[in-house]
Design a protein around this ligand. Structure first.
Ligand code: ADP
Ligand code: MG
Length: 685
């Protein structure tokens, strides 16, 4: 066992209570301690002489305490310690509030370094509660770059720094180091020990950068190896070829003509599927661009070749909708479509399982219920994953394992910026559907404040009178206390709307906590036009397709990511009616407003995604890390793009030489890969 696996209590001074607090930050072992990187730094390296001080700046001042500090009591519970510190250029007045003890720590006639913000005026500079230490050679809290960690109750910056310093000492010779020596030297990266010491306690800004570069590189290098490992050696496999010429039967039976972009995507898929190498293709297209029909075409080719296809969707609602669409498109051509979801009765599921196993079902549509142990196919040869970003990378491979090297088609409506796509889908060919079906008008989008509610209700009413339907999306479900923080909660809001604003219309409710059967019947009624206003949570965010709906209202829109709002907006504007998206600004303030305005300006999902990425960073980009990648400790996909490219190249080289990572010099790398895959189990499986 490595010292890294020792409990953090191994550090002197960390008892049960402190260990408990640290655990809240995910720090349990020495490994998790030393890889708990600072969130930012405070640069305390600037020194100035008193005569040069400018009010407002944060600096270190080296000065002598002129006389014994004076303690005074301003009023009850308020103690002041005042002193004057001098250098050859002037006098600095220093005040400490309620820190009586400093009086005894600051001796008259001795020189200290004070760090803090300058107040007062240029001629009469002041400091309040500055950090200080005697000016005796090695400085520890002044004159240097200080790490700032994300904290929790019971853990202060001071404690973190102390524990970190001690922890680093304990494992100084055993720090995590996944980089093979040759890679480290080839790319001129720092040694592990230097990197860890300087990422936590940088000697200088330059050393901090060198340390960061090494650690970022290492993380992206390990990540690339981990992803490659998941993908396995698919390219070497052989799959069932499917004749592409059957495609015309499918396109002729469609109720509409394919767009140019759809035709292109479909023929690219058909080209892949007609070969012996399994297809690995991503069809990427903005919401409403018509990806489903491309998937249906692929399923048709597969069924025509006498094989089975599986279509996996991230939600029950979407799976059922796809089941309806695929049935409509394919049953007339003699293809049998089945449905498998967690919400079905056990009997229905058993029946579907049996029919699939027997090969009676040609195309099986479902949720991740498709991944369950007992699910076996007779001859699965095509796996389609819709809204891929909702699934982890491993889920995709678990589906393909159910067949023998099946073709894989993944679809994503979340316009993933190129940079991220490269990382996530590095092994996929990409078809882009960059054209909307004809007759679509861009959705008119407005960001409005809370005072507009009445007008919006009136607007919805007018739309309903014209035969249209509306969605109203809330950020909370509503039977919980969460909703008391000002967010509109769907359950209560639906009741209010039905009771007060729209007593004469049918208002219904759908949210993630309803039973699948209930959800299904509400969605079916909405699709059939029996419900005019659907109050919902984000369960309708992906894929739902009701072309007659023309209004999307989002309450507390500041609570959602831009890409998520774009997805929601994509629920309308699917038919030929002019459509509207109304975003209530909520209490999000100026940045929130700025974000929403980006959405009003453009209907282009890619632009919005880039904007979102800029404003929020990739950590938040997909809400709760829906990109299926592990959480990174230090690297940042956007900021570290340049390092990503190099690290990927390095990893590819390593893997080419030693695909299984079994060489002795790759032992630590193999462990790091393993760890990355298990630690992030939540998202990657
Ligand atoms: P998404 O790309 O968001 O998954 P869908 O596949 O759900 O989009 O398609 C959106 C809507 O557009 C559906 O109602 C679908 O029937 C319709 N559609 C798709 N392709 C065409 C086309 N070429 N012409 C007209 N309507 C189309
Ligand atoms: Mg879709």
């Amino acid at each position: 066992m490595s010292v890294l696996d020792e409990s953090v209590r191994y550090v002197k001074g960390v008892g049960e209570a402190k260990a408990k607090s640290l655990e809240k930050l995910g720090i349990t072992s020495l490994r998790s301690l030393v890889t708990y990187f600072p969130r930012s730094y405070e640069d305390r390296t600037a020194f100035k002489r008193i005569g040069e001080l400018e009010p407002g700046e944060d600096v270190c001042v080296k000065a002598m305490v002129a006389a014994r500090p004076v303690l005074s009591f301003v009023r009850k519970g308020m103690e002041l310690v005042r002193l004057r510190a001098v250098d050859e250029t002037g006098t600095l007045s220093i005040t400490y509030f309620n820190q009586k003890y400093v009086r005894d720590q600051l001796a008259a006639g001795r020189t200290y370094v004070f760090y803090g913000r300058i107040g007062g005026t240029r001629s009469r500079p002041e400091m309040t509660n500055p950090v200080f230490e005697p000016d005796t050679g090695k400085l520890s809290v002044t004159g240097r770059i200080m790490p700032l960690y994300r904290l929790t109750a019971g853990v202060s910056q001071g404690l973190m720094a102390k524990v970190m310093a001690a922890g680093l000492k304990l494992c100084a010779d055993a720090l995590p180091d996944a980089l093979p020596e040759e890679v480290r030297t080839e790319y001129e990266l720092a040694q592990a020990r230097f990197a860890y010491e300087n990422i936590h306690f940088p000697d200088s800004a330059v050393h901090l950068e060198i340390a960061r570069r090494r650690l970022v590189f290492e993380e992206l290098y390990v990540l690339t190896c981990a992803l490659a490992r998941l993908r396995g050696s698919r390219r070497k496999e052989k799959s069932a070829p499917m004749a592409a010429d059957a495609l015309s039967d499918f396109t002729q039976a469609l109720p509409f003509a394919l767009t140019g972009a759809q035709k292109r995507a479909l023929s690219e898929c058909a080209g892949d599927m007609s070969g012996r190498t399994p297809m690995s293709r991503l069809v990427q297209g903005d919401v409403g661009s018509g990806k489903t029909v491309v998937a249906a075409g692929c399923c048709w080719l597969c069924a025509k070749a006498g094989k089975q296809a599986a279509v996996m969707a991230p939600t029950e609602i979407l799976a059922r909708q796809h089941f309806a669409t695929f049935s409509k498109l394919l049953e007339p051509l003699g293809v049998h479509v089945g449905l498998l979801t967690g919400g079905q009765t056990a009997a229905a599921r058993r029946e579907t399982l049996k029919r699939t196993e027997d090969g009676e079902v040609d195309v099986l549509v479902g949720t991740h219920a498709l991944l369950s142990e007992g699910m076996t196919f007779r001859n699965l040869a095509l796996a389609v994953v819709d809204e891929q970003h909702r699934f982890g990378v491993q889920q995709r491979s678990r589906l393909t394992e159910k067949g023998e090297s099946p073709h894989v088609l993944v679809m994503s409506a979340t316009p993933i910026p190129r940079t991220l796509a490269l990382m996530i889908y590095g092994d996929l060919d990409v078809s882009v559907i960059d054209e909307l079906p004809p007759g679509r008008k861009p959705v008119k989008t407005f960001a409005v404040n809370e005072t507009m509610h009445e007008r919006v209700y009136a607007f919805i009413r007018r739309q309903v009178e014209q035969g249209r339907q509306a969605y109203i999306v809330c950020p909370a479900v509503g039977d919980e206390t969460l909703a008391d923080d000002g967010r509109k909660a769907a359950v209560r809001y639906a009741q209010t709307l039905q009771g007060q604003q729209f007593p004469d219309l049918r208002v219904a409710l759908v949210h993630g906590r309803m039973k699948p059967k209930e959800k299904e019947s509400v969605m079916a009624a909405f699709a059939a036009g029996d419900i005019q206003i659907l109050v919902a949570t984000t369960v309708i965010e992906v894929g739902v397709d009701v072309p007659n709906a023309s209004v999307m209202v989002v309450e507390n829109a500041d609570r959602f990511g831009l890409s998520q709002l774009h997805q929601l907006r994509g629920r309308v504007g699917r038919g030929s009616h002019e459509s509207f998206c109304i975003l209530f600004e909520g209490a999000g303030g100026e940045t929130a407003k700025q974000r929403l305005e980006a959405l009003c300006r453009t209907n282009d999902g890619f632009k919005i995604a880039e904007e979102d990425l800029k404003l929020r960073g990739p950590g938040d980009f997909f809400g709760d890390r829906q990109h299926g990648l592990p959480e990174l400790k230090i690297a940042d996909f956007v900021e570290n793009m340049d390092i990503l490219y190099v690290a990927q190249a390095a990893a590819q080289k390593t893997l080419a030489a030693d695909p299984q990572l079994i060489a002795p010099e790759h032992r630590l790398l193999a462990c790091a890969v393993e760890e990355m895959l298990t630690v992030s189990g939540g998202t990657m499986n």
